[in-house]
Design a protein around this ligand. Structure first.
Ligand code: MN
Length: 227
């Protein structure tokens, strides 16, 4: 073992339904993958090639409390289906992409929307708008061997019990296999990678004390409170 000058960080893990822990390697996110959300963000809703951004692995938070982050006055929710990769691969074909999937969960791509708007205006990177501490709230991962590959069915996000987002997984501009095929041309995917697959319309702000629920039929709902 190397003579570490301080203790190395512990791995970020997701609980797996049925037991076990999924060690998180990287977090990739797809931008504007539902046309109604692209429209609400003022973008071209026609089928453009997908684009990606990232969050650090240790931005993952699975707990019931998520802190309100600093440096923002506009924290937005984005409810999303999240894919966990279980096999390494590059230049993956759409037809074989599902083989690389370990499982699925739901998550919230928390966004400092005011910083993102400033970055967009200035042509600057989004990192501080998207990749802050505890910005990736995610639930229990369900193995695809148990639940199959959800490609339709509702995706909903509730704040304090009120439905704020409602879409259907079949409305994704780019399907999960297509996302994996595209992303794996840019990077070699590896076990532990998470992919946030985009959010339907209805994004909006959160305040301290808000209770958030992200619900996709095939997987356990993820609930947390902004603390
Ligand atoms: Mn998102």
């Amino acid at each position: 073992m190397p003579d570490y000058v301080f203790p190395p960080p512990s791995l970020t893990c997701l609980p797996v339904a049925g037991g076990g822990a999924f060690p998180v390697r990287r977090i990739f996110c797809v931008g504007q993958n539902y046309s109604d959300h692209a429209r609400e963000m003022g973008s071209d809703p026609t089928r453009q090639p997908p684009f990606f951004f990232t969050k650090p692995a240790d931005a993952v938070t699975c707990g019931p409390k998520v802190p309100y982050p600093p440096m923002t006055e506009r924290l937005d929710y984005e409810g999303e289906l999240v894919v966990g990769i279980g096999e390494a691969g590059a230049d993956i074909a759409v037809e074989t992409a599902r083989r690389y999937i370990f499982g699925y969960t739901v998550g919230c791509d928390l966004t400092r929307r005011d910083l993102q708007a400033d970055a967009k205006k200035a042509g600057r990177p989004w990192d501080m708008a998207k990749g802050f501490d505890c910005s990736a709230a995610v639930g229990v991962l369900h193995p695809a061997t148990e639940i199959g590959h959800p490609d339709k069915g509702s995706i909903r996000l509730l704040v304090n019990g009120e439905e704020k987002q409602k879409g259907d997984l079949s409305q994704m501009t780019w399907s999960v296999p297509e996302i994996i095929a595209h992303l794996s041309r840019y990077v070699r995917l590896a076990p532990g990678d998470l992919i946030f697959t985009g959010t339907p319309a209805g994004v909006g702000p959160l305040a301290a004390g808000d209770r958030v629920e992200v619900i996709v039929e095939a997987v356990t709902a993820h609930k947390f409170t902004i603390g």
